[in-house]
Design a protein around this ligand. Structure first.
Ligand code: 9D3
Length: 249
């Protein structure tokens, strides 16, 4: 199976290399599940000072990523004739979520992530990309962490990337609910006991308890997720039980 490929355009290539050279990302790269290529935008400048940013026309605070080095980098990459989805990382983009991660993982294509820095990028860069993505409504100092978030979320979905693929399969079953509470040894930690049912060895009881607690937690903390989740007959019965129980709290 051909590896999924991520390419990252950035002025801080070491940030991308560092994260993708450890842990699960490192092993996925070693196994050939994913390839990560990092390109330094500065290498595509042509002026003496290798300038990647400049002052905004019209005035204002901060610096803007210049269009020429980014555009020259895109032209350089496109010379290989490979198809690639070009994604600009920007706070004004569509918000990346798990369903887009799944879509990217299914595509197994080649995805180029362009990380801006400073206060933004020259507007004309937008005309050279296919998509604009944000990772959420908070302000970061650049697109490098968003690039890593996307690479990480997609890579763990690729076959062979994660040691125990059960955890990835189970999450498509739990579709859109928060996790149920989990415990490991000891059974009594400073007076806080592990729920009896988990020590019972009764797998059907355990399965139902976990489903119910996942529903309870989602109802309490993220009712917005519950409206989108795919619920079956049992789920609706468990939710009714939960709502009756919560009346007494
Ligand atoms: C919304 C802030 N902008 C208003 C003047 C300026 C600005 C600040 C910081 C523009 C870009 C950035 C750097 N952030 C990103 O490049 C970025 C980002 C983010 O900050 N939050 C969530 N997702 C992303 S994707 C790229």
């Amino acid at each position: 199976m051909a590896a999924m490929v991520f390419e990252v355009l950035t002025i801080f290539p070491a940030l991308i290399e560092a994260y993708t050279s450890e842990s699960i990302m490192r092993r996925a790269r070693e196994k050939g599940v994913v390839e990560v290529f990092v390109y330094d935008i500065r290498e595509f400048t042509t002026d003496r000072h290798r300038q990647v940013d400049d002052y905004p026309y019209g005035g204002g605070a901060g610096m803007i990523l210049k269009p020429d080095p980014v555009c020259r980098a895109l032209e350089h990459l496109d010379r290989d004739g490979e198809e690639r989805l070009k994604v600009l990382l920007t706070p004004a983009g569509r918000v990346f979520d798990q369903s887009l991660a799944e879509e990217y993982a299914r595509s197994r294509g080649r995805i180029l992530l362009i990380a801006g820095r400073y206060e933004g990028v020259d507007e004309r860069i937008r005309s050279f990309v296919d998509e604009e993505l944000s990772i959420g409504d908070y302000v970061l100092t650049g697109g490098e962490l968003p690039a890593l978030v996307i690479i990480d979320a997609v890579t763990r979905l690729l076959p062979g990337a994660v040691g125990d693929s059960r955890s990835v399969r189970e999450e498509s079953f739990t579709t859109g609910l928060l996790d149920y509470p989990q415990y490991t040894r000891p059974p009594d930690f400073r007076g806080m006991k592990v729920p009896e049912v988990l020590l019972s060895g009764n797998h059907e009881l355990i399965r139902r308890w976990r489903r119910k607690e996942a529903l309870r937690r989602t109802l309490r903390r993220r009712p917005d997720l519950l409206r989108k989740a795919r619920l079956d007959e049992e789920d609706r019965r468990l939710l009714k039980e939960i709502k009756e129980e919560e009346q007494w709290r």
